[in-house]
Design a protein. Structure first.
Length: 387
């Protein structure tokens, strides 16, 4: 029963967010045609999108691996085993809530707001992506990813916003981006590493689709030999731990290997990734958008390394790629809009429908795979129904 309700819930919310995002873009386009000015302001549609995402995150129970451990931190405070390991700003936030309104609903809602509001705010000038963000959040793996490693997911959303400022803006906006990085680092220390993006130029590096596809396939094949890779990269885990993940038990993480075989879910992500790569040159021409180039660069590195080469090694090696996960979804959203509006090939409409349906199958397969597993954290559960 929970399986059916979860699939129904994800589909309904995904379609709702898609519809609201589409309406937001239509209203923005209509206003542009009337006035000749592009409005960055949100209408009620985006407000509802954010309210829904924050609301379902606040009401959830055991959705996302870290959900209940974060709630326990609120309940236990200084008595929680990780309390002294988290960054000072996050500890202050927990202490403030414990002293005022120690509600799990408010707590989880605020954490979700710190993810989704900066993310959507970053794309105020690219609202045509809003429909696909909503759909991919709920029907792809991304909502669940955002609800795991929550502090780093918040920092990753700050990174997305800062990246838009860096790519689109001038020196003043780079200063704001730097401040965002520093704030993010007070939530998760690893965000200090992102400061390098303030000086890195946006180069169109990965141009040859044939070479890029070959690299992805190579990484996918080599990635199946996870043990060999772990043995040769073992020293990096300690480096990562010492500099950015000192509040984690590195031995425990290294002991809990995460195997990612090529099942239906990985094949969906791989197929979408290859489509992004295949159409990358056409999309660069269609969008003429430096931020797409920036997103594509990080997406490609993510697909090669996190999704494939490091797919069968300890989680410690993949932890830094929380910062590139959003750019995978961003690139998928760019792809879907391109297939709907920019693709000129045969059977355009059918190709778009097949691609978007494929993207929406991920969460259905995830729910079916996890149904009946005692400690699953994928099926959607409301807390007030499990008290």
């Amino acid at each position: 029963m929970l399986l059916i309700l979860s699939v129904f819930f994800y589909i309904v919310v995904g379609l709702l967010l898609y519809s609201l995002g589409s309406r937001e873009w239509v209203l923005t386009s209509q206003r542009y045609l009337r006035t000749g000015k592009y409005s960055k302001k949100w209408t009620s549609n985006t407000i509802i999108i954010l309210t829904v995402l924050i609301g379902i995150s606040a009401l959830r129970y055991r959705v996302g691996v870290d959900c209940e451990s974060y709630v326990d931190m609120l309940k236990q405070g200084p008595n929680h085993f990780q309390y002294d390991r988290v960054e000072s700003l996050f500890r202050w936030f927990i202490n403030f809530l414990r002293a005022t309104v120690p509600s799990r609903y408010l707590y989880l809602g605020i954490l979700a707001a710190l993810e989704f509001i900066p993310f959507y705010y970053a794309f105020r000038t690219r609202k045509y992506l809003y429909p696909y963000f909503g759909l991919l959040f709920m029907m792809g793996p991304f909502y669940l990813i955002f609800q795991n490693g929550i502090r780093q997911a918040i920092a990753a959303c700050f990174f997305v916003l800062a990246s838009v400022l860096i790519v689109d803006g001038q020196k003043k906006q780079k200063l704001i981006a730097g401040i965002l990085f520093l704030i993010a680092a007070q939530i998760h220390t690893s965000a200090y590493a992102l400061l390098v993006f303030l000086v890195l130029p946006v180069w169109d590096v990965f141009k040859s689709r044939y070479l890029c596809i070959s690299l992805v396939v190579f990484c996918a094949i080599v990635g199946q030999a996870g043990g060999i890779i772990s043995e040769n990269l073992g020293f990096l885990a300690n480096v990562e731990h010492d500099f950015f993940y000192g509040n984690y038990n590195v031995d425990l993480i290294l002991a809990s290997d995460s195997s990612m075989g090529f099942g239906p879910r990985r094949l969906i992500i791989l197929s979408l990734s290859l489509l992004v790569i295949w159409f990358s040159s056409q999309m660069k021409e269609f969008y003429s958008d430096k931020f797409f180039v920036f997103s594509y660069n990080l997406f490609f590195l993510h697909v090669c390394l996190c999704e494939n080469l490091l797919s069968n090694v300890s989680l410690m090696f993949r932890r830094p790629f929380y910062y590139t996960y959003p750019f995978e979804m961003i690139s998928f959203a760019y792809l879907l809009y391109f297939l709907k509006k920019g693709y000129k090939g045969k059977n355009k409409k059918l190709f778009f429908i097949v691609t978007i349906c494929m993207a929406c199958m991920y969460i259905v397969i995830q729910c079916v795979a996890d149904a009946g597993v005692n400690d699953e954290t994928s099926l959607f559960k409301f807390y007030f129904l499990h008290q």
